[in-house]
Design a protein around this ligand. Structure first.
Ligand SMILES: CC(=O)N[C@H](C=O)[C@@H](O)[C@H](O)[C@H](O)COP(=O)(O)O
Length: 234
């Protein structure tokens, strides 16, 4: 298992996910996204949902970080929150199981989730939003800690880019971490590794064409010629 983490050192991992109801939200489309990412140099992929994990395992040979997103009453924790969710991710074929390890009201505590993943002989990735959560997850035995949840909890800030401050704090605390969340450019991905990330996970900037298109559409609106200017050239 250590060799899997060694293999991922310095790697680009691509998160291939589609919001429910979007055109790409089908296992065959997610598998095609994953295969494209691998062609482009992804060392591993991060995949949401058991049917998608199965389709991706059948399509590519790289390691899969698996998770399920489930909204349950009484908790804001939605990434692989329970034992059943962990079991479903493992049974679908994930090599690494990602789960929310934020300090919020949760159905199952983080040490118990870590132990469940370990009992399956898989690696755990604890998605956190603060350095305190990172320390706690690492102390509980998580194999890696991801900055995934930074900016998505009430107490953390989302300024549209990666949370470099959290990465610096995790590195200083000696917590092995993975950079994930709002990495928009190759330069930002390289910066994450310079700050000590073991590997970097990029999602939307590569695999969400609707979001990428929106960035272009919004940006060029500013530069688009106004009707009067067009009439002059007609
Ligand atoms: C907060 C949360 O639920 N993050 C999810 C975790 O799996 C995904 O929706 C993100 O796309 C993923 O973390 C990659 O991030 P980005 O797409 O920003 O590169």
């Amino acid at each position: 298992m250590t060799t899997l983490l060694d293999k991922l050192t310095g790697a680009l991992v691509v998160s291939c996910q589609a919001e429910p109801g979007l055109p790409l939200d089908r296992p065959d489309h997610i598998a095609a996204l994953a295969a494209s990412a691998v062609l482009g140099g992804a060392t591993a992929v991060r995949i949401q949902g058991a049917p998608n994990i199965r389709a991706v395992r059948a399509a590519v040979a790289v390691p899969v970080i698996g998770l399920v997103k489930v909204v349950r009453p009484g908790t804001d924790v939605y990434i692989t929150p329970t034992f059943d969710d962990i079991d479903a991710v493992v049974e679908a074929g994930a090599h690494i199981v990602a789960f929310d390890a934020t300090d919020r009201l949760r159905p199952v505590d983080v040490p118990a989730l870590v132990a469940r993943v370990r009992a399956w002989n898989r690696l755990s990735m604890a998605d956190v939003s603060t350095v305190a959560e990172g320390r706690a997850a690492y102390a509980a035995g998580a194999d890696v800690v991801g900055t995934t949840m930074a900016g998505y909890t009430p107490t953390t800030r989302n300024d549209g880019g990666p949370d470099f401050t959290l990465m610096i704090e995790l590195a200083r605390a000696g917590v092995p971490f993975v950079a994930e969340g709002r990495v928009r450019t190759p330069e930002e991905a390289a910066r994450c590794l310079e700050l000590g990330a073991r590997f970097v996970v990029v999602g939307g900037a590569i695999t969400r064409p609707d979001v990428i298109t929106r960035r272009f559409a919004d940006h060029i609106k500013v530069a688009a010629p106004r009707p009067a200017a067009r009439e002059v050239h007609q």
